[in-house]
Design a protein. Structure first.
Length: 817
């Protein structure tokens, strides 16, 4: 990743980009020197923000929206219902920038080309990207935008199907309409056209039409008169009783005055947010920023100001910037607030002993939530973070060489405010890292601390010893990577810099200044390109953690699934983990209902697993029988595949014998095939599951459940870093047969068979030696390498004292050398 010296809104892919005109859910005015007329929006207070989302978010989604100007944006809807918007090829034709604001829970994106035409000429709802997605006017569902053209006396406008009345804007040709708007505005300003500024050629107005079957059109934000450049913001017009059944809030002028580190007027880029009620509006001031003092007309209340202040254009990334934060500004009358960069303190993080020749990456993150819910979250995770970390200079590294400066704050009393700083020290951000890597986290609740200088002694570091194995696969040649996620009660971040590491043994170091606030989760991308996860944990100073990654075959994992997994929106919205401990029973029943949440790619560590991305649905087959009669089969699906995750099983109302068979290829390793066949007996009155406190039962989490008595095999194979064992001699290994995590079920007997020709022939089963607590050992005789195909296949058959059994066949469990 390389950051350009000069930020370009579209080319750099900035998310949530605004121009020199800031648009808010309140009234806002442009500063002096603006090249575009200011957009001023009068905010009608909407309904209160809903209660905080439940612990289990909905599936994220993503949509591409083309506006009537031809500008394209991606709208990511996160699992908790919040949305983020990213510019795609928007504005490329004219170097335009964009403004964005929130109103009644919707996101509005305003290309500066349409700013002079809003309200009187262009319906603001044409730019409500949230509604356009709800109404299925996104690009996946519609090639046009339905509009009504009223009062127009000229010929048909570019991209419109009709000159008046009901019409549509063709998305394919919409760029021509946007270009016409820019040209008309310039001609009107220069006198080249007699048409008044902000008026279409031929006059008239475009209004968004509601498609058949679509939700009702939202109430549009009303527009107040624009201020003259450099003048004070106008007072808001009286709020409309039609839009708000409650009492109208008075509006006041909030003047924000950025002062640089040199004591002179400066440029600001950042966020202004109401913290009484998130729906009362917020402003995102994007690149190239606002120079000098600016006026915002805002509803009475308390506001959060997060602004990067620099002495020069905001899009010049070589300039030193200071993050000035005022999380709780009370506005009860006209007020001026100074953002003084001279009050900022430097952020510094070092370790002892200091590694030499290392690259350092620093991040700042914040979450500011209003009283009623809804938050402005700046975290180093997801694509929408790019705006904050580049435009607001909350990142040091990747070519951004200036140190980080931030102002300390007092504790907040309205809503919540949380802050964290993160540092990664690596040999090479993008290259190979054979040496130790350092990840340091400094979270703070309620305020930005008075000191931002941290020195971590060696004794306070958590030591992480890892052994990384390459998979037993001739085509698995991807470079292995070690990563981690960190979760706090308000945010999440990931450790990805310098993640490329060689196979073999290594040591890394972690640190958090608040062990009980931070949850860590390690991950490894294997040589097959598939990610494995470890259990989540708190870490403590001086602790030593030992990890053994991808040793042994990629078998079903007994680990309890977490209900929330972090995902970055690539074609989907991002998922933010709000409860990192919340789990679900992997295989349980309630009455006649059972649900599977089984995870693939377990290894020698029973806590390791892969999420559903570890195995593609087409490469996973499932069969389920009751008393010998087939009740469910993946062959009924179009691709013949089914992953046993969120899959209900139809159980019988009396005690019965069941068989469940799951076979799959791991992603990226088509040479290995794992077939696990479980036979078990289950009844509605089985003993209650001994679940963890945070482990819920499906389908009704309010009730208890019983474990399905599935036996899982965990292998302890002595293998080198390439997953090889020596050929031509006796080879001893161990394995454990036990139930899913938190179950007390243990295997009581087991046999082992081996194959050296990918399962074409098998040795006679031989009894394994029990070692107690479900553990077994066995010794097999490896032939000389020339007498094999280079791999060993395994078949384990085991059962417990109650007769529940498992037979697991693994083609190419490990390699020979």
């Amino acid at each position: 990743m390389k950051i350009p010296r000069r930020a370009v809104s579209v080319a750099a892919g900035l998310a949530l980009v605004a121009g020199t005109v800031a648009v808010a859910g309140a009234v806002t005015a442009a500063p002096g020197g603006s090249t575009s007329p200011p957009v001023t929006v009068e905010r009608h207070p909407g309904p209160a923000t809903p209660a905080r989302p439940a612990a289990r978010p909905k599936a994220p989604s993503s949509a591409t929206v083309t506006l009537v100007t031809g500008d394209r944006f991606r709208v990511d809807t996160n699992g908790d219902g919040t949305q983020s918007v990213s510019a795609l090829d928007a504005g490329a034709a004219d170097g335009a920038t964009f403004s964005m604001f929130g109103f009644n829970g919707d996101k509005y994106v305003i290309p500066n080309a349409v700013a002079p035409y809003l309200s009187s000429t262009m319906d603001l709802r044409l730019f409500d990207v949230s509604y356009l997605v709800r109404a299925k006017l996104d690009d996946a569902h519609s090639k046009t935008v339905p509009v009504t053209v009223s009062g127009h006396s000229g010929s048909a406008l570019p991209a419109l199907s009709a000159a008046s009345g009901t019409s549509t804007v063709s998305k394919k040709s919409a760029r021509a309409f946007g270009t016409m708007l820019v040209k008309q505005w310039r001609d009107s300003r220069s006198g080249a056209s007699d048409t008044p500024v902000g008026t279409l050629p031929g006059g008239g107005k475009l209004t968004l039409d509601r498609p058949d079957g679509a939700p009702a059109l939202p109430v549009a934000p009303a527009l107040a008169p624009a201020a003259k450049p450099g003048g004070a913001a106008p007072k808001a017009a009286p709020l409309s009783a039609k839009a708000d059944s409650g009492a109208a809030l008075p509006y006041h002028t909030l003047t924000v005055d950025p002062i640089g580190r040199d004591g002179k007027p400066a440029t600001m880029v950042g966020v202004l947010q109401n913290v009484d009620d998130f729906t009362r509006g917020w402003v995102l001031v994007g690149l190239p920023g606002i120079q000098g003092a600016s006026n915002f007309s805002v509803p009475e209340g308390k506001f959060n100001l997060d602004f990067a202040v620099m002495s020069g254009p905001g899009d010049d990334l070589t300039l030193q910037s200071s993050l000035v934060v005022k999380p709780e500004v009370s506005v009860t009358k006209d007020l001026t607030v100074s953002l003084d960069a001279r009050q900022a303190k430097p952020y510094e993080a070092t370790v002892d002993p200091a590694p030499t020749g290392y690259e350092q990456v620093d991040y700042l993150s914040m979450t500011r939530a209003s009283v009623t819910g809804g938050a402005m979250r700046v975290q180093p995770y997801g694509f929408d973070s790019y705006f904050y970390y580049v435009a607001m200079r909350m990142l040091h590294g990747f070519g951004l060489a200036n140190p980080l400066y931030v102002t300390p704050t007092e504790p907040v009393h309205t809503g919540s405010f949380d802050f964290a700083a993160q540092t990664e020290l690596v040999q090479s951000i993008e290259g190979l890292n054979p040496g130790p890597r350092y990840a340091l986290e400094f979270p703070n609740r309620g305020q930005i601390p008075s000191t931002l200088t941290h020195h971590v002694a060696k004794a306070d570091l958590t030591t992480v010893h890892s052994t990384i194995h390459a998979g037993a696969c001739s085509t698995c040649t991807q470079q292995t990577q070690l990563l981690a996620n960190m979760f706090t009660p308000w945010s999440q971040s990931n450790i990805t810099n310098g993640s490329t590491v060689p196979v073999g043994e290594r040591t890394d170091y972690w640190y958090t200044s608040e062990p009980e606030l931070t949850v860590w989760q390690a991950a490894m991308n294997g040589s097959d390109g598939t990610r494995r996860w470890d259990r989540r944990r708190h870490i403590h100073p001086g602790e030593v953690i030992t990890e053994d990654w991808d040793r042994g075959p990629d078998v079903p994992s007994p680990a309890m699934p977490y209900q929330q997994e972090p995902k970055v929106g690539i074609g989907t919205g991002s998922v933010v983990v709000t409860d990192p401990w919340l789990g679900v029973c992997g295989a349980c029943r309630q009455d006649d209902n059972a649900v599977l949440f089984l995870q693939p790619l377990g290894d020698a560590n029973p806590g390791h697993y892969a999420d559903t991305g570890g195995v593609s649905a087409a490469d996973s087959s499932l069969r389920f029988s009751r008393n010998g009669t087939l009740a469910l089969s993946s062959t009924a699906n179009s691709d013949g595949g089914l992953r046993p995750y969120q899959v209900p099983l139809p159980m019988l109302s009396a005690a019965a014998d069941y068989e469940l068979d799951w076979a799959y290829h791991p992603n990226g390793n088509t040479e290995q095939r794992i077939d696990t066949d479980w036979t078990f007996r289950s009844a509605p009155g089985d003993a209650a599951a001994n679940r963890a406190d945070d482990e819920e039962c499906p389908p009704d989490p309010a009730r208890g459940c019983s474990f399905l008595p599935l036996l899982f095999v965990t292998y302890d194979l002595p293998l080198d870093a390439g997953s090889h064992a020596p050929a031509g001699g006796a080879y001893s290994f161990g394995f454990t047969v036990a139930g899913q995590q938190h179950s007390t079920q243990k295997g009581s007997a087991a046999t082992v068979s081996v194959s050296y020709d990918d399962g074409a022939s098998w040795s006679e089963p031989q009894a394994a030696t029990g070692t107690g607590d479900g553990g077994f050992t066995t010794t097999v005789q490896h032939p000389e390498l020339a007498g094999t195909n280079g791999y060993v296949s395994l078949r384990i058959a085991a059962h417990d004292a109650d007769g529940n059994a498992v037979t697991q066949t693994i083609i190419r469990a490990y390699a020979l050398s």
